[in-house]
Design a protein around this ligand. Structure first.
Ligand code: PMP
Length: 405
């Protein structure tokens, strides 16, 4: 079913403003998405009617907040097809989720062990593993990326050895939009008994996510990349893993019993949620994911794919263009460089024409360097972007190139 994009755009008030005297064309969705009124209203309703701390009080509001918070957990579990709500830990976002696993996992890592990541990881799924390797004198192994921006699966298989203790891979690349074959990767890793963490930051708003089908051991994402608020995200972990791992932080409701000599810890998932959680964020994330569910992720995917394909085709016709990332399977992201032009200069001129794109290394510096570059221009699409906006973006790029050349 085709989405009514004009109707959807009415849900996002921020889109109807002018920037530098021109209608805003927001193409920085990979950095963060805009928020629909439904999410904003949910936040207002929480603070107007429901605000209280959770799991602590016998009073009415505390019970309401606790109930809603646990309902949100249940909804998120269903959204990504987790087995049970206990497998959903609320975090600040993808970065915290990865840091969490890379920290509590250190007891399983010894000198000479190996952690396998890929050459297309965001720094958030690279630096935590690199630092863990430094602490433990372990080795970070990197799966290469080919010219099209796809992982070299043959190399992947060879890099997983008896010393490998973890594989960490992006579901979708934030620079190139490449959709990685995560099901195949988990199968390869599990054949050798190695757990897999999938960074879903760029997948959650664009693809159906089924952690059971994927069979990943951990899945991380942020609400703000999926029309939800900032400061809230998820770490999914298989129950058997979460039970094996020690707490990440200490304090608050994550305990069972405390004495000065000893502390025992709460059950899942509370063992991992130290301190007052972002209750409002969890509720608003639920609303954002419900928004996606209502529009249907398959419809969203189809629309975004069509706009991406349209924009890519037109962009490639401009002189001196090089698209970075032309994987067979990709979504929502169009990265490029223009011969002889600094991405920053192009991005600045586009901004003057009301178009929001991202320039630079996109927190994936080794990947951008692998293509012999210091940065790209990145246009990234969301549910509300139109073909007309793609035309405006292409026209403005052409104009900017003429000016800069
Ligand atoms: N991984 C990927 C692939 C990303 O695109 C991002 C955000 N740019 C992150 C991780 C980090 O997400 P957050 O800043 O929400 O923690």
């Amino acid at each position: 079913m085709a989405l009514n994009i004009q109707q959807i755009r009415k849900d996002f008030p921020v889109l109807s403003q002018k920037v530098n005297g021109k209608p805003l064309v927001y193409l920085d969705n990979a950095a963060t998405t805009q928020k629909p009124v439904q999410v904003m209203e949910r936040i207002t309703r929480y603070y107007s009617e429901e605000n209280s701390n959770v799991h602590r009080g016998v009073h009415h509001l505390s019970q309401v907040a606790t109930e809603k918070f646990e309902e949100a957990r249940k909804y998120v579990a269903g959204f990504i097809h987790a087995n049970k709500p206990e497998e959903i830990v609320f975090t600040r976002g993808t970065t915290e989720s990865v840091n969490f696993v890379a920290t509590v996992f250190q007891q399983f890592i010894g000198e000479g062990d190996e952690i396998v990541i890929t050459a297309m990881e965001h720094h958030s799924n690279l630096v935590p593993w690199q630092q863990l390797c430094h602490r433990k004198k372990a080795k970070l192994k990197v799966v290469p990326v080919n010219e099209k921006g796809e992982l070299e699966l043959g190399a992947f298989e060879k890099l997983i050895t008896s010393k490998t203790k973890m594989v960490a891979v992006a579901h979708v690349s934030n620079v190139m939009g490449t959709i990685n074959p995560v099901e195949k990767i988990t199968a390869l890793a599990h054949k050798k008994g190695v757990p897999v963490l999938v960074d879903g930051a760029q997948a959650i708003a664009h693809l159906p996510v089924d952690v059971r089908k994927m069979d990943c051991d951990f899945y991380a994402f942020s609400a703000h990349k999926a029309y939800g608020p900032m400061g809230i995200g998820v770490l999914y972990g298989k129950e058997e893993w979460l039970n094996k791992l020690p707490p990440y932080q200490f304090g608050g409701e994550m305990v069972d019993h405390v004495s000065f000599e000893k502390t025992t810890f709460n059950v899942l998932p509370y063992k991992f949620e130290a301190g007052t959680p972002n209750v409002c964020g969890a509720l608003a994330m639920e609303t954002a994911l419900r928004y996606i569910e209502e529009k249907d992720i398959e419809n969203i995917r189809q629309h975004e794919d069509e706009v991406l394909e349209y924009a890519t085709g037109k962009l490639k016709k401009l002189p001196g263009m090089r698209v970075i990332g032309e994987a067979g399977k990709k979504t929502a992201v169009l990265s490029f460089v223009a011969d002889g032009i600094h991405p920053y200069d192009l991005g600045t001129l586009l901004d003057q024409m009301g178009i929001a794109v991202r320039t630079g290394h996109h927190c994936a510096q080794p990947l951008v360097e692998r293509f012999g570059l210091s940065g790209t221009v990145r246009a990234s699409f969301g549910i509300y972007n139109t073909f007309k906006e793609a035309d405006v973006f292409i026209g403005a790029t052409k104009q900017a190139l003429d000016m800069l050349r």
